[in-house]
Design a protein around this ligand. Structure first.
Ligand code: ADP
Length: 493
């Protein structure tokens, strides 16, 4: 078994403002969640540093928005190429800091690069229009223009991909951006700064300010130059940020929590469904807003599916993501393990049964200080249990029995969230009908990971406002200006 190492840092663990690493100030220690080993002390940006970052971004935006769309796009596309060329180094850093297995980390770097590539192309496709004026001799110019400075706030589960979606879209639109990564995973974000400089991004167009959510978020929300607040995080943080931005009438773009239903229809291919559901639930150890949170299984296939899921879950390799062949890593911190454990214990106390639990990481003594939670399969789960009502954010598969498909759809929609959903079955017409019946921003039919740069992704209900990706994603960072003009006449001199 070979263990990959942390790469040499090509960046410094400090705020990146106007193309410079900022010194001084309070620090926070980042640890590897698999082993507990210290990785770095990271300097936090305080309120004054965040204001400096915003003011630098205001100055840098003037030239950036006037650069041609082709030039802006080329910087983004070069960033994509550099990320792909260096994906091994980035992935090792990401695994060390976040805990996900190396192969998943490589996948995240490729996914991040795909957004730089996509928005690098989309930068050239911002079209205005000329509209008819009701009065003769006049016409309207409808223009989409960069909104200004964008405040970007990202979580720790996909610390580079969530940033890439926002950075690429905002910069393609001609905005400058101030990016606040999560406190637990700031390094991979800071690693992007010099790479974008190498790709040709002028200093100040992207400022990266690690720090406390309430401090950095507070300054971004109140500073008048910040015109868009884009957050991926919990619904509670989304609500707080919206309220903080309300006095300044900030635009918000919010990707928030989910409670995804995964409906297994009676005719589903059970081997295929098992393979896909286990992949989905082990992906980042279930710490994913679009992971399956409630698995609705038809009564006729419940025992057969349970048996297959248990066998597959027990065969998974759970351990240090820097070692070869891991299917799942640790949770992000001890508190996460405690919370997931409490939800499982409560479900069991209310009648749920644990039918499989994978503790394979326990055989590795180097992981004693790691924050692991055993992937767990639960049966006899009922809708009213906390494990089904709330987002679990851990590798727990709760099976809920249903007898009629319309009942499964109704129960799937009984949540304030509406982010992702999954439908598995052989009859595609039935799958499509079920997918249409579900209130969610994206539905994967016989597909565990439908998110791609090419499509708009966003939640409905309390799962968010706005979208990322697709041709729509750039609009979050554009505002409309209409100019009403007399039609110029030919002058004969
Ligand atoms: P998670 O539960 O995934 O950690 P959070 O919503 O707590 O989600 O965090 C997502 C991001 O929001 C992080 O970068 C965090 O620091 C930031 N954050 C937390 N509180 C606030 C706040 N009050 N204002 C702005 N950002 C915040």
């Amino acid at each position: 078994m070979s263990t990959k190492s942390l790469p040499h840092f090509w960046f410094e663990p400090r705020p990146w403002i106007d193309g410079q690493w900022q010194t001084g100030g309070e620090t926070v220690t980042v640890h590897n969640p698999a082993t507990g080993a210290k990785i770095a002390d990271v300097t936090r940006a305080d309120a004054a540093a965040v204001r400096r970052a915003i003011e630098g971004a205001v100055k840098a935006q003037r030239a950036w928005r006037e650069a041609s769309a082709v030039e802006r796009g080329n910087v983004l596309k070069r960033t994509a190429a550099l990320l792909l060329a260096r994906k091994d180094e980035f992935a090792r850093l990401l695994t060390a800091e976040q805990g996900k297995p190396y192969a998943q980390a490589v996948g995240e770097i490729e996914y991040a690069a795909s957004f730089f590539q996509w928005f690098g192309e989309e930068a050239r496709r911002v079209y205005g229009r000329i509209a008819a004026h009701p009065e003769a001799g006049r016409e309207y110019f409808v223009e989409h223009r960069a909104a200004g400075v964008a405040g970007l706030i990202t979580p720790w589960n996909f610390p580079i991909a969530q940033g890439a979606k926002k950075v690429a879209a905002s910069l393609a639109a001609g905005c400058s951006a101030v990016w606040k990564p999560a406190e637990l995973t700031p390094l991979i974000a800071l690693a992007v700064g010099p790479v974008m400089a190498e790709a040709g991004l002028p200093a100040g167009v992207l400022q990266i300010v690690p720090g406390r959510g309430s401090v950095v978020g507070g300054v971004l929300a109140e500073h008048p130059a910040v015109r868009v607040l884009s957050l991926t995080g919990s619904t509670a943080t989304g609500s707080t940020l919206m309220a903080a931005g309300a006095p300044g009438i900030k635009r918000v773009s919010l990707e928030l929590g989910g409670n995804a239903p995964f409906i297994v229809l009676p005719d589903a291919d059970l081997d295929f469904t098992t393979e896909q559901l286990i992949r989905l639930k082990l992906f980042v150890s279930g710490q994913v807003c679009v992971t399956a949170n409630r698995v609705f299984v038809h009564a006729d296939i419940e025992s057969a599916l349970t048996e297959k899921l248990a066998a597959k879950l027990n065969a998974a390799h759970v351990g240090n993501g820097l070692e070869d062949g891991m299917d799942a890593g640790p949770l992000i911190h001890r508190q996460a393990c405690t919370e997931v454990g409490a939800v499982v214990d409560q479900a069991v106390a209310q009648g749920a049964r644990i039918v499989a639990q994978n503790r394979s990481y326990e055989s590795d003594d180097t992981l004693r200080a790691g924050t692991f939670f055993p992937p767990t399969l639960l049966t006899c789960v009922r809708d009213e249990m906390k494990v089904a009502r709330d987002e679990i954010f851990g590798p727990v598969i709760p099976l809920l029995r249903y007898t009629r498909v319309s009942e499964a759809v109704r129960r799937a929609n009984e949540t304030p969230h509406g982010l992702a959903a999954y439908v598995y079955g052989r009859d595609l017409a039935q799958c499509h009908a079920v997918a249409r019946g579900i209130e969610a921003g994206i539905v994967g039919v016989n597909e565990w990971r439908p998110l791609k740069a090419e499509i708009p992704f966003g939640g409905i209900k309390q799962s968010g406002i706005g979208v990322e990706g697709g041709e729509e994603g750039i609009r979050e960072f554009l505002e409309i200006q209409v100019i009403s003009m007399p039609k110029p006449l030919i002058q004969d001199s």
